[in-house]
Write a new protein. Structure first.
Length: 263
């Protein structure tokens, strides 16, 4: 059984963390396999967006595999080196600062520690109403070092974020929605349909326009408002000179659905 399921259908990559027996916790093998998935999403022009979730309905991802961390102490040198090499080669979504394509997190259960950090690095989060999220690292003598300590206050506000960061408390999906961390909360049985609706709406847009929008937003946040407006964006240059930039207005004038090509 693959540790990550990766399926591409109708320009959408569906990525499933497949360790349900461990609540989809991140061990070196899973981190490495996920990195390869992100490489493919980023480089394959036929993939326009991605959806990431966890197998089962208990957990999206429970974060770092602490049981595996404990086993590392007793592993032989060769095994420790193999795991270290996997870690060194893996580039998580968390630190792909300007990932070009939209990613939706389908949070189907617990998203804790590194699991929440993965969701925070996505563009849209849709959660089942039974899901819980949090960064409990301080309760384990750790910190949310996968960019969680930086992303949480930027995405939900300083005081609310500090309340969770300094206590390790969990929050319900509904509370995460109220704080602006989650886009939509639905019943467990409606989660797939809800995510499909978000996917369909993104696919109605020109893929190059979506990428240009995402690049402008994310890179613009690193600067002042005036600098963000004035700076050039590579993805926007590509969009402005694309066939899709011609197709959009033409389809509107002809009162038909655009036929996006992604070029």
């Amino acid at each position: 059984m693959d540790i990550v399921e990766f399926v591409v259908r109708d320009h959408v990559a569906y990525i499933t963390l497949n360790r349900p027996e461990a609540m989809n916790a991140l061990n070196p093998e899973l981190r490495h396999a996920l990195s390869e998935c992100w490489d493919q999403v980023e480089t394959d022009d036929e993939i326009w967006l991605a959806v990431v979730t966890g197998a089962g309905d208990r957990a999206f991802c429970a974060g770092m595999d602490l049981k595996h961390r404990a086993r590392e102490v007793d592993a032989d040198e060769a095994q420790r080196k193999a795991w270290a090499d996997m870690q060194a080669q893996a580039v998580p979504l968390n630190t792909r600062w300007h990932f070009p394509k939209p990613v939706i997190a389908k949070v189907n259960g617990f998203a804790l520690g590194g699991g929440l950090e993965l969701a925070l690095s996505c563009d849209i989060i849709v959660a089942a109403e039974h899901a819980e999220v949090g960064l409990p690292e301080p309760r384990r003598g750790l910190i949310a070092g996968g960019v969680g300590v930086h992303r949480l206050p930027r995405q939900m506000g300083m005081k609310a974020a500090m309340g969770y960061l300094l206590t390790g408390r969990h929050m319900t999906a509904q509370r995460a929605y109220e704080l602006g961390l989650v886009n939509e909360v639905v019943a467990k049985e409606d989660l797939d349909a809800c995510v499909d609706a978000w996917v369909a709406d993104i696919l109605r847009c020109a893929p190059l326009a979506v990428r240009a929008t995402k690049e402008a937003v994310m890179k613009g946040l690193d600067t002042t408002l005036s600098e963000a407006f004035e700076r050039p964006y590579d993805a926007e240059t590509i969009r402005a000179n694309s066939q899709d930039a011609i197709e959009g207005p033409k389809a509107f004038a002809e009162k038909r659905t655009p036929n996006w090509q992604g070029r």
